[in-house]
Design a protein around this ligand. Structure first.
Ligand code: LLP
Length: 374
């Protein structure tokens, strides 16, 4: 790996690189757990088209939440029937574009978004299917920003709103509500909230007449230890079409950032190691306090702590405290677990370029996205 990394560094740092073999093996692992399910990869986690193509080859569908994500998903040549369009604030233009491009399944989590689907479908004289996204009221152990199905969440229909939807069902001519959707949050390490949530979905599904799809969303942490959940979902798939929409689990641990030390300065309680990579390339530490392992490529025994920071003009631009070998200027480091919500949440803040993206396979590499300025 080190020789390849040195070659990559000649392309300039910081850069993102992804391991194709690992992407394929993650997809295969998930498919082996959830044998009879339809798996829709959540494009928001990483929308590089070359990566999307790998998931398509693996037989996965796509979950998208905007016209932009839909365009990227369609670029893979996937059958639009294997794409589901989610989102709590779809616009008229987005729904029209999606229907024009053959998308058939949409979620909704408010009455007005359901009415929007009906209006556009009517105008275009197309029949579409809708999944009602509900709040399943499960508390999950994750960062508060990543909870999505509690009472105060902006996502999902409350019980009152479900009643409103049920009262209006007879007005629907072109939209058929065929499923219930839930997504309880992200980076969840424990199966239990998924199990609780599934029972709540089942219960609410009984209030509707034509439920054939149960969509349990995404949310699995990378190191999720599956025990009972696959059994439950696989059993339900005897009666319903069961969907899941994982993002992070499939891609997070396949991606890395290669970065370089650009300054070392006195700090308290440890010296600062300033990288040429910061919150503009990876905002997760600043936004969620996320921990990403950072390793030196020197291969020497770690012997001292550094506070690793980025070059951005914000005090929150900090990765954290890390034990590393003695570091020098221009030394290379690898930031791990950057495949999900890394590049897709990167920005041009401080006038910085978007980094290069590189795919590695069979010991070779291919540039899959050029460095871009603004
Ligand atoms: N389905 C829906 C409706 C979602 O909102 C999401 C993620 C997923 C599926 C995929 O979730 P995953 O399997 O990746 O957990 N930026 C945050 C994560 C935000 C997730 C947003 N929704 C982070 O960097 O941790």
């Amino acid at each position: 790996m080190n020789e390849l990394v040195l070659n990559l560094s000649k392309l300039g740092t910081p850069l993102y690189f992804y391991e194709k073999e690992k992407i394929v093996s993650n997809a295969e692992k998930l498919k082996s757990y959830f044998k009879n399910l339809n798996i829709f990869y959540a494009v928001k986690a990483n929308f590089n088209v070359e990566i999307l193509k790998i998931f398509k080859e693996q037989g996965l569908g796509f979950e998208v939440v905007s016209k932009g994500e839909l365009i990227l998903a369609l670029k893979t040549g996937i059958n639009p029937q294997n794409i589901i369009f989610n989102g709590n604030g779809k616009t008229y233009e987005e729904v029209k574009f999606a229907i024009e491009n053959g998308i058939e399944i949409f979620n909704f989590d408010s009455l007005d978004q359901l009415i929007l689907l009906e209006e556009v479908a009517k105008l275009m004289n197309k029949n579409i299917k809708a999944l009602a996204r509900i709040k399943t009221l499960v508390d999950v152990e994750t960062h508060p920003h990543l909870q999505t199905s509690i009472f105060t969440s902006k996502f999902g229909l409350s019980d009152e709103e479900i009643d409103e939807v049920l009262d209006n069902i007879k007005l629907l001519k072109k939209v058929k509500i065929v499923g219930i959707h839930s997504h309880i949050g992200s980076n969840i390490k424990d199966e239990e909230p998924f199990i609780k949530s599934a029972y709540r979905v089942l219960k609410i599904s009984k209030a509707f007449d034509n439920i054939e799809i149960l969509n349990f969303g995404g949310g699995f942490a990378v190191n999720m230890n599956f025990k009972e959940l696959p059994k439950l979902y696989n059993e339900l798939s005897n009666k319903f079409k069961v969907f899941i929409e994982p993002g992070r689990y499939l891609i997070a641990d396949t991606g890395f950032i290669l970065a370089k030390v650009v300054s070392i300065k006195r700090g308290y309680p440890h010296d600062f190691l300033v990288l040429d990579c910061g919150m503009s390339e990876l905002i997760r530490p600043a936004l969620y306090g996320a921990y990403h392992p950072i390793k030196s490529i020197k291969g020497q025994t770690p012997e001292r702590f550094y506070i690793i920071v980025g070059p951005i003009c914000e005090s929150s631009d900090i990765f954290g405290e890390y034990l590393l070998p003695n570091m020098n200027l221009n030394d290379l480091v690898i930031i791990e677990n950057c495949g999900a919500y890394g590049y897709t949440m990167s920005s041009n803040y401080n006038g910085r370029e978007k980094p290069l993206e590189v795919l590695i396979y069979n010991g070779n590499y291919e540039i899959i996205n050029d460095r871009k300025f603004i």
